[in-house]
Design a protein around this ligand. Structure first.
Ligand code: SF4
Length: 456
């Protein structure tokens, strides 16, 4: 699985044209124009995994992963977002997905992440931040897909479970930090670089993983479909999500829940190949029952969205006041670190919201000095959160990310239900299916472990 070819640009592999970073990212050397945007992005947003080296003729400087480096890639894909030629790009799964769609013995189910609805329009010449939720669902159907669900519904379940963990930590009065868990690059960062904090990561599975588990269990049973014929495909803003689905910890009863992840860019490529234009399509919403999220599920795509969603549900559960318009605007925005003190039932909760790994390092350094500095910390690896993810349309900059963020909060504002735990479908599924701790643990929770270097 982690078949990384060491020293990708060194003498050893000089003739290699294509090199994979496990299942997520590849490098196509002939396309490299030596601009080194990849190396700079890796330093600015991530773990400085990529370095530079002169080639054998000592003429050109190339990006390199040094074989002696003690660092490991976290698959955030910021190198792919900032590479102007596509030399760094996601490992494509388009052919696998097309094959599944063409196979009439399969039931192909797509889900699309919160941030895609405000970014994919850019691939079809729509303005930055244009909301295309229902156009997106219909465009996916026109590829020949059988069912289309919304990952934001999965986010409502993640929130509900994470809020329970948050309440437990707050109520215990012990100084324990709870870290968010839905960004696989952040999780990999902790597992590899700071394993001492593994017990502090929320065990709630990420939105795509919970939704996929529900599709292959609850929904399959409802529809009398054999789970074995379901092919789950996720459209994600993210290269790291390709890695997340293969993590052994994310299997349910030994079965991989998501078959393929494609990025926003891959989906746009598939649609363009079939001349399906999101800008012109007649909109039709995602399918029921897993197609109608709360507003809290949608804001997951922005930095601060996971924290605000969890706080809304925690407030509702702790006070019994589930106010429709409850907002925690202190945690919104593009700043690298946002800090807020929230008062719930006379308990003061200090929270931090972090985007990009260099800022996460700062927070971890602060926590080493003062372990009770924060109760809850959200970390997303990409700038601005998943709206700035490594699989999103290019080019990208802070202004474009800001437009995408504003669009997500506008969707939230217009939603009838804005608290995850108040979503009627969530309540129904807990009543009918997620009835006891054992099944909740199986479908909604995962585990973590110290990781050795994977990309060698
Ligand atoms: Fe993926 Fe979002 Fe994390 Fe970026 S911030 S690596 S897009 S989950």
């Amino acid at each position: 699985m982690f078949n990384w070819l060491s020293n990708i640009f060194g003498k050893k592999n000089e003739n290699k044209q294509l090199n994979n970073f496990d299942s997520s990212i590849h490098f196509d050397k002939p396309k490299c124009i030596n601009c080194l945007n990849c190396v700079r992005s890796c330093a600015k947003y991530s773990v400085t995994f990529l370095e530079t080296q002169k080639d054998s003729s000592n003429q050109k400087i190339y990006p390199i992963s040094s074989p002696n480096s003690k660092k490991d890639c976290i698959y955030c894909g910021q190198c792919t977002s900032h590479c102007p030629t596509g030399a760094f790009s996601e490992v494509e799964n388009i052919l696998d997905v097309k094959k599944a769609i063409a196979d009439k013995s399969k039931v192909v189910v797509f889900q699309f992440a919160p941030s895609i609805r405000v970014s994919i329009g850019e691939e079809f010449n729509l303005p930055h931040g244009q909301v295309v939720t229902d156009q997106l669902a219909q465009a996916i159907r026109e590829l020949g897909v059988d069912y289309v669900f919304d990952t934001s519904v999965g986010a409502d379940f993640t929130t509900n479970e994470e809020a329970k963990e948050m309440i437990e930590k707050i109520s215990s009065g012990k100084c324990q930090i709870l870290f968010s868990s839905c960004c696989p690059s952040w999780v990999k960062f902790v597992e590899f670089y700071y394993p001492e904090y593994i017990p502090n990561i929320a065990t709630a599975r990420s939105p795509q993983m919970i939704l996929a588990g529900l599709i292959k269990t609850y929904w399959a049973k409802q529809k009398s479909i054999d789970a074995k014929v379901i092919v789950n495909v996720s459209v994600m803003p993210c290269t790291s999500k390709k890695y997340e689905i293969l993590r052994p910890e994310n299997k349910v009863d030994g079965v991989q829940m998501i078959d393929y992840v494609i990025t926003t860019r891959e989906l746009a490529k598939m649609l363009k190949e079939k001349s399906i234009d999101i800008a012109k399509i007649t909109p039709k919403p995602a399918d029921n029952p897993l197609g109608e999220p709360s507003g809290a599920g949608v804001i997951y795509g922005a930095s601060g969205g996971v924290m605000e969603s969890a706080l809304r549900t925690a407030y509702c559960k702790m006070t019994g006041k589930c106010l429709k318009n409850i907002e925690f605007t202190q945690v919104r925005g593009m700043q690298g670190i946002k800090v807020a003190e929230i008062n719930i039932n006379s308990k003061k909760i200090r929270v931090a919201v972090v985007n990009t790994i260099p800022n996460a390092k700062k927070i971890l350094a602060e926590l080493k000095q003062n372990p009770s500095a924060y109760s809850c910390v959200e970390v997303m690896a990409c700038p601005g959160g998943c709206v700035g993810g490594g699989g999103q349309p290019k080019p990208v900059n802070d202004q474009i990310i800001q437009k995408r963020i504003e669009a997500l909060y506008k969707i939230d504002k217009d939603k009838k239900v804005r608290i995850a735990s108040e979503n009627p479908i969530l309540k129904q599924i807990y009543k009918e299916f997620l009835k006891d701790d054992a099944i909740i643990k199986k479908i909604c929770h995962t585990s973590y472990s110290k990781k050795a270097k994977e990309v060698k």
